[in-house]
Design a protein around this ligand. Structure first.
Ligand code: NVA
Length: 308
């Protein structure tokens, strides 16, 4: 098997600013090609195994479509077929897949499982979302921001749960040196591990990281206002409690009055009437479908980079 780039794509913080900007430029180029009806066969003959422990629309479709548009092929694996941890060990699955395919994209509950697959595999592993991080979403968000304003000169406000999406955005800001204003309840803020890593990276990049519990404070001066579900996959039993805890963080027309020029972002699936109102999600400032569109291009750039 040809030599592979074994770095994979587990966290945006595994890459430096220059590399992330190169990936962005590659994604922008792939989008231009796509919109002209052209494609390049950079992954001809290559196969991606896609393993999902959780539901997916965007990640599944964009990885599979991305592989076929680059001349390759994707195989969908479900946990009930594979049984990682029940039928066989992560190590054995990673070793076997490494003999057949050229890359693994995994969406898992536990982040350590993706890290373990990456350690054991001799092919690159891409993180398609864990409870801890969602780096492919962050790259699509970077591309979406870049279509409106230089992201490195932007201020991004994030309101709500300090979850996988929030943590990847904080790390993205910390690597690239832009300002992030994160408003979360103290009980549901980002993990100390991510905060510490982000603060270390920010010292190098000059990123300004602002933490608050106050949604009004966070949106002041924002170019982009981002939110995500209050109840991530796997937390469904806490949904009612979470609706109460996060109510002050809803993105609605009232809160957006404090940042009249800000664009609105959401990784989706959206819970209309909870973290974001219909009016805002469907309104003229919403970039949510651009973000979904850019998943395709950002991930094609990642696929080419790690599997090409
Ligand atoms: N935080 C959400 C993101 C979904 C794309 C979740 O993990 O369910």
């Amino acid at each position: 098997m040809a030599e592979q780039n074994l770095r994979g794509f587990i966290s945006v913080a595994d890459y430096d600013a220059g590399e992330l900007l190169d990936l962005l430029a590659r994604a922008q180029h792939l989008k231009r090609l796509h919109n002209m009806g052209e494609s390049r066969q950079s992954l001809r003959g290559k196969t991606l195994a896609m393993y999902f422990e959780k539901p997916s629309l965007r990640t599944h479709v964009t990885f599979e479509a991305g592989m076929s548009q680059l001349g390759g092929h994707a195989i969908l694996l479900r946990p009930e077929q594979v049984g990682i941890g029940t039928r066989e060990t992560p190590r054995d699955v990673a070793k076997a897949l490494s003999r057949w395919v050229h890359g693994i994209m995994a969406r898992t509950f536990s982040h350590s499982l993706v890290e373990q697959l990456a350690r054991e595999a001799s092919i690159p592993v891409i993180n398609g979302l864990t409870d801890f991080l969602h780096p492919c979403q962050a790259m699509a968000d970077l591309q979406t921001m870049s279509e409106k304003k230089d992201p490195t000169q932007s201020t991004l406000a994030y309101l709500g749960d300090g979850n996988n999406v929030a943590q990847s955005l904080v790390l993205l800001a910390a690597v690239l040196g832009f300002r992030i204003q994160l408003a979360t309840p103290a009980s549901h803020t980002i993990s100390p591990r991510v905060r510490q890593r982000a603060e270390e990276l920010a010292e190098q990049s000059g990123a300004e990281l602002h933490w608050t519990e106050d949604a009004q404070e966070a949106v002041k001066g924002a170019d982009f206002v981002y939110t995500d579900t209050w109840t991530s996959m796997g937390q469904e039993e806490e949904a009612e409690l979470r609706r109460k805890i996060f109510a002050p963080y809803q993105v609605n027309t009232g809160i957006l009055e404090a940042c009249p020029n800000a664009w609105v972002m959401h990784c989706m699936p959206a819970h209309r009437g909870e973290e974001i109102t219909d009016e805002v999600l469907d309104g003229p400032r919403s970039l949510v479908y651009d973000q979904a569109e850019n998943r395709l291009h950002a991930q094609k750039a990642i696929l080419e980079y790690v599997m090409g």
